[in-house]
Design a protein. Structure first.
Length: 192
């Protein structure tokens, strides 16, 4: 049994922003694998289904990014899902648009959603990092960047990356994050 968490902020004004690629990916997974409807629970929206025989709960925390851990820990505790079976999908400014990476554990890298989950659960969960690029400046420019939408070209790339995550997620669930990371690397190199 797995808990896949797509990070984002609730509300129509954030729907198509860089910070919401986790929500976008959760929606794509729900569509591709024909999950049930998302329903309000655990301070989030949760849907359940199967991905190639593995029972999966998809969670979109509705607490805003900074408190994502509250939602994740409630769902993980209720379903008794260990950190090794938690997958968090999130935006990553340290990766340019067009790059995806997966790993287990690590630091939050300034990402407030990850900081919250690290504090509530542990840092030792699986992460799928979707590159959204970094602004040239720091401070408020960073906030404006992650809360902004994508250009047409970047949006097209992100859509393809989300499709790639959805197509390959069974590898992570069946064979682990190391094998999955290799598959992503090969797929991205093949595209280049």
């Amino acid at each position: 049994m797995f808990l896949i968490v797509g990070l984002g902020n609730p509300g129509a004004e954030y729907a198509a922003t860089r910070h919401n690629v986790g929500f976008m990916t959760a929606d794509k997974l729900a569509e591709k694998y024909r999950f049930g409807t998302f329903r309000a629970k655990f301070d989030g929206l949760i849907a359940e289904g199967e991905i190639e025989g593995e029972k999966v709960f998809l969670l979109k925390p509705q607490t805003y990014m900074n408190l994502s851990g509250n939602s994740v820990v409630k769902a993980a505790n209720f379903y008794k899902i260990l950190p090794a079976n938690i997958v968090v999908i999130h935006d990553d400014m340290d990766l340019p648009v067009g790059k995806l990476k997966a790993k287990c554990g690590g630091g939050a890298g300034g990402h407030n959603g990850l900081k919250s989950i690290d504090a509530a659960v542990t840092p030792n969960y699986n992460r799928i990092r979707i590159g959204v690029g970094h602004p040239d400046r720091r401070g408020e420019a960073v906030v404006n960047h992650v809360l902004s939408g994508f250009s047409k070209a970047d949006g097209d790339v992100i859509k393809k990356e989300i499709d790639l995550v959805a197509d390959t997620i069974p590898i992570l669930l069946k064979k682990g994050v190391a094998e999955y990371s290799n598959k992503l690397g090969l797929a991205l190199n093949f595209k280049a």
